[in-house]
Design a protein around this ligand. Sequence first.
Ligand SMILES: *Cc1c(COP(=O)(O)O)cnc(C)c1O
Length: 306
Amino acid sequence: MKPLHLDTPLLRAAPGLFPQAEVWLKMDALQPSGSFKLRGVGRLVQEAAAEGVREIVCASGGNAGFAAAYAARALGMAVTIVLPETSSPAVAEKIAARGASVLRHGAAFDEANAFAIALAAERGARHVHPFDHPLLWKGHSTLIDEVLAEGVEFDAVITAVGGGGLYCGIVQGLQRHGLNEVPVIALETLGADSLSRSLQAGEAVTLPAITSIATSLGARRVAAEALRLAQSHPTLSLTVSDRDATQACVRFADAMRVMVEPACGAALAALSVHEATLARFKRPLIEVCGGIAVSTAMLATWTMSA
Ligand SMILES: *Cc1c(COP(=O)(O)O)cnc(C)c1O
């Protein structure tokens, strides 16, 4: 089965963008769905189609829903996306424009997801989870296969973490290729730092609320597998502020001419904000996870607040 996602470019970062001279960028912002989510979500939707399922239901803060809408329409399936009431009208419009029915339910992702599960069961549709499913992680892990196929060497992988699906895929990909010693640097914004807090507590922590603007990182609790892997695979969990993340989006747009949302900005901010801690990594790979919740107007606002 040919995957729905693209083999995205692997670029060297523009000189001066990061403290390190050699930084590799896996440009998943260039996926047709605007983010890496198509890797795993596309895989789940293809599997459902092969089983004869005719309709997809997905709860999402935005990018998973956009990827599910893209994948379902590419395969001629019906698709319903359940957004929490907090998600922006612009994102809802972008998803609806892809031919999905968009519903709003619940104050946050958890409520929207519970509703999506019930709705899928009622309609005989397939529920697609945005971050907690083994086949989804397998789909995400293809990004590591692609980087290795280019023969590029890296000594760490830097990624943003929301519910931890992308992180699980990256660790899975590394381990499949025997790279069990390559650390993963897991970035969250303060206010969406459910992995960081869980690692500090030594057990899964549920945040009372999400207070970061990086809504794509807004899982109040990470997948159990993400916490398990973060406790066994070499992992450095770090946080940045919302402002660090938005400033990183602006610098990245100027240097690489590509717009990404603050969730991705969290990963892009790591090397500068945590320069001393990360100086030992000479050839880091950054997963440029992308995101559709960005516009020239938003970048202009973030530029003015610099
Ligand atoms: C979903 C998403 C994340 C977080 O991925 P998880 O699998 O939930 O950890 C980060 N950045 C962007 C742009 C996303 O869409």
